[in-house]
Ligand binder design. Structure first.
Ligand code: TYD
Length: 217
């Protein structure tokens, strides 16, 4: 794998999308080609699956169905977009990845983290994120922000207890992992962006140095 795989994770309303848009602006300015993608979605098939998953009318959706649909969208995204882009040496920034499923379906829905990891493995294959920005925010603040922005989707309409499990789940699953960069989501958006840019800069430099050492492939 020659590219850099960056993932943005966090509960609903943590501000991931805003940060990704600001980051893209910056990377374009410094001449780093990058590809932005989102989950669920990011492909024609994935966007169709997204409409099913998030439709508030489908109250009858079973937890297992939900897990499989997220995994299906992800498998298509890996095969069609993320895998080829990384092989071509691009920087890929994904709004959510498998840790979202581990936390939302594995912990908050109670399906188990091992089960969710196993279901997702064939679709993900050899790829893993080089860095994961975890924007941490309380469930109350996250849902409050979502409510002022738009009509809530099926997942966002879940109880505050569900979202509290998501917030706790993220801290449990992501803490102590070397590829995870913790960000306090309560800070100002500009301050968060600064932190993200510094970290990305370091990673791009490290990758360039490594490539110079390795020589042409
Ligand atoms: P997202 O696109 O981040 O929501 P929005 O753009 O509205 O902020 O994610 C959609 C919802 O899907 C969100 O509530 C989190 C949930 N989700 C899971 O439960 N499991 C998953 O694997 C993924 C990728 C998302």
């Amino acid at each position: 794998m020659k590219g850099i795989f960056i993932v943005m994770e966090g509960p609903d309303g943590s501000g991931k999308s805003t940060q990704i848009a600001l980051l893209k602006e910056y990377l374009d300015k410094i001449g780093c080609e990058c590809l932005i993608t989102r989950e669920p979605g990011g492909t024609a098939i994935g966007e169709a699956v997204r409409k099913i998953i998030l439709n508030p009318e489908y109250k009858e959706m079973s937890d297992v169905t939900e897990m499989l649909l997220y995994a299906a969208s992800r498998a298509q995204l890996m095969a069609e977009v993320i895998g080829p882009a990384l092989e071509a040496g691009k920087i890929v920034i994904s709004d959510r990845f498998v840790d979202s499923s581990i936390v939302y379906q594995g912990i908050a829905r109670g399906l188990g983290t091992d089960t969710v990891a196993a279901v997702n493995r064939p679709g993900i294959g050899k790829y893993e994120p080089d860095c994961i920005f975890f924007i941490d925010i309380s469930e109350e603040e996250g849902i409050r922000r979502k409510k002022v922005q738009k009509k809530l989707d099926r997942m966002e309409q879940e109880s505050i207890d569900f979202h509290a499990m998501v917030s706790r789940g993220y801290r449990e699953v992501l803490s102590g992992r070397k590829e995870v960069i913790y960000i306090d989501g309560a800070a100002a958006a500009e301050q968060i962006q600064q932190q993200i840019r510094e970290e990305i800069h370091r990673r791009i430099e490290a990758m360039r140095n490594q490539r110079q050492k390795d020589g042409p492939v």
